[in-house]
Design a binder for this molecule. Sequence first.
Ligand SMILES: [Zn+2]
Length: 401
Amino acid sequence: MENRHPAIATLLQDLVRIDSVNPSLVPGAAGEAAIAAHIADYLRAAGFTVYVDEAAPGRASVMAVLPGTRRDEAPGLVLCGHTDTVGIANMTDLPFDGRIEGDRLYGRGALDMKSGVAAILDAARTIAATGPLDGDLILGLVADEEYASIGVEQLVVKLRERGLHPAAGIVTEPTNLAVVHAHKGFTWGRIETVGRGAHGSAYDAGIDAIALMGRVIARLEAFDRTELPRRTHPLLGRASVHCSLISGGVELSTYPDRCTLEIERRMLPGETPAAVRGEIEGMLAALRAESLDFTATYTQFFERSPLKVPEDALIVRAIDAAATPVLGTPPMHTGMSGWTDAQVLDGAGIQSVLFGPGAEPDPAAESLSQAHAAVEYASIRSIATCSRILTSVARSFCRVP
Ligand SMILES: [Zn+2]
């Protein structure tokens, strides 16, 4: 087997050296245009049909296709990774030099997730070099996962527009060569309490909107302490809710007429955004029933569903079969607490899990999360292992049954 380590080190180094900090997180940051251009060149040279799509100015994603030779009969596969990174303000290391020390390559995004992007690119090159598969092999290297995922949302639209219907997807977030088949979802909502503004001395006229919100907060906290711990998932722990942002009040000597609270509710598979909305509205209705002076509204303004793919799904079995001989043992199946782009693919009917490289070469090794860290690095060997497994998964999955 050809030693891919030097090629992968160069590939990842090139990606890390291109600043692609997400400008929605850090105003004025570079965005994904330069890294998309670099990836597009790489994949064109490898023989893929390449599209560069902008979801917003400067927010470019790459879609690349190696059309299958029997694409009507064989399932297609999409390999997906995000090209944006979080900011560098917390870093105590050089963010963009791509320094290599032994098996480690350092820099912002080295692990999350230019390591996974490098694994996809390397696997893609290997596959294309031996000719197309039966089914379509599609790559999505997308913008903006660290903020609002506009890149992957555009990807599922473009797949449809271009007549591509992959059966399954793998998102190569750094999972340390484990199969992640479940993660939480979340909702963001805003509660507004309405009081009555009045002079600070007019206790009989004023209704304190901040005090009303105090009742809401007490309810939410009790709900989080008593009800939500009963909702658990073997891989994901429990559901939760927390207060994120609060504002209210005008000045010291005035009763506040309004208070707003923004909350985040993390959902387990089986919970839905609509059910979460119903629970919060029910809580507010109960407070209104207790006291006539209580007025509040709830607006749920952002929702991301949980991910849950059965462990006997074809894509999970394909990864298991490909990974076991390479790792010497079946890959771990696990969950992840954070939300990922895999859910957008899965929600669009492309059954998707996560499987990507790690910070240490051995998946069994103790490894602290390096993602978003002050010092971030990835293991070049782990990327090479991931690339081998992705190559094998694609060849077995995109085959006429
Ligand atoms: Zn990531």
